[in-house]
Design a protein around this ligand. Structure first.
Ligand code: SF4
Ligand code: SF4
Length: 110
């Protein structure tokens, strides 16, 4: 399969929302519109006493994979501004192998 994609390793997402802001600033979206949202799977307790709690960065239909920036040889804004290095940009074929190796990851092709 061809094309570019985002690889998201949400195990390490802190919920800081820098990706949301960076994406909005790059695209100048209208108020209430977002290229990516950080969703929260609020904490709930499992039978073994441990907690399930996830922040999940999810690109929207407005995500164009930062086509203009990428055409200039730069990384997408969300990738550049995520200090936790949760989001990676690349070819789908290269990124898909990472999903096989690790839980709490996903490949997004908006
Ligand atoms: S993906 Fe990165 S920038 Fe976005 S909320 Fe998670 S840690 Fe922050
Ligand atoms: S790749 Fe670009 S358009 Fe897509 S979510 Fe990231 S910053 Fe927004």
């Amino acid at each position: 399969m061809k094309g570019d994609a985002l690889f998201i390793d949400y195990e390490y997402c802190s919920g800081c929302k820098s990706c949301e802001i960076a994406c909005r600033n790059e695209h100048d979206f209208k108020r209430g519109q977002w290229g990516i949202r950080v969703l929260e799977d609020k904490p709930w307790q499992l039978d073994d006493g441990s907690w399930n709690w996830n922040y999940i960065p999810l690109p929207s239909k407005l995500c164009d994979l930062c086509a203009d920036k990428v055409s200039r040889g730069e990384e997408p804004s969300c990738v550049m501004h995520c200090q936790a290095k949760v989001i990676e940009f690349g070819s789908y074929d290269e990124l898909i192998a990472k999903v096989a190796d690790k839980p709490k990851t996903m490949i997004i092709r908006p």
